[in-house]
Ligand binder design. Structure first.
Ligand code: CO
Length: 134
């Protein structure tokens, strides 16, 4: 498996509106998408920063994945997303190599993207997301 590039960086934030304003003001970032996903307990904003992209993640409650992350570690880097040609074939290949996966199958992520997560223990402590395209 060969990742094509870093698709985005995921950052956990306490206040999404404030964080969007900060990234716009400090970096000249441009808001690309904003979405609330009750299923995943998250409200998210995708911002373009030059050719790169940052995904800001706010929690909809303490008992959600991002809520637990914020309670434990506070705001900060949450995950790195890598673009791959095909998420399913990447997962099959990585599982065969014994890489610890969070998702055995691709699933629908934020903003309609097909994604899957790799366990932080497999990636030197950083949660990794595979993204198909975009
Ligand atoms: Co992401």
């Amino acid at each position: 498996m060969e990742a094509r590039r870093i698709h985005h960086l995921g950052v956990a934030v306490d206040d999404l509106d404030a964080a969007v304003t900060t990234y716009e003001r400090v970096l000249g970032a441009r808001l690309e998408h904003r979405e609330t996903v009750p299923d995943q307990g998250v409200e998210a904003a995708s911002l373009r920063v030059g050719e790169g992209r940052v995904e800001l993640l706010a929690s909809l409650g303490e008992d959600t994945p991002v809520g637990k992350f914020l309670a434990k570690r506070g705001p900060g880097m949450h995950h790195v997303a890598y673009e791959v040609a095909d998420v399913r074939s990447a997962l099959t290949e990585l599982a065969g190599e014994g890489v610890e996966l969070v998702d055995e199958q691709p699933r629908r992520g934020l903003f309609g993207l097909e994604v899957a997560f790799l366990h932080p223990d497999a990636m030197d402590g950083v949660l990794a997301e595979l993204v198909a395209h975009g």
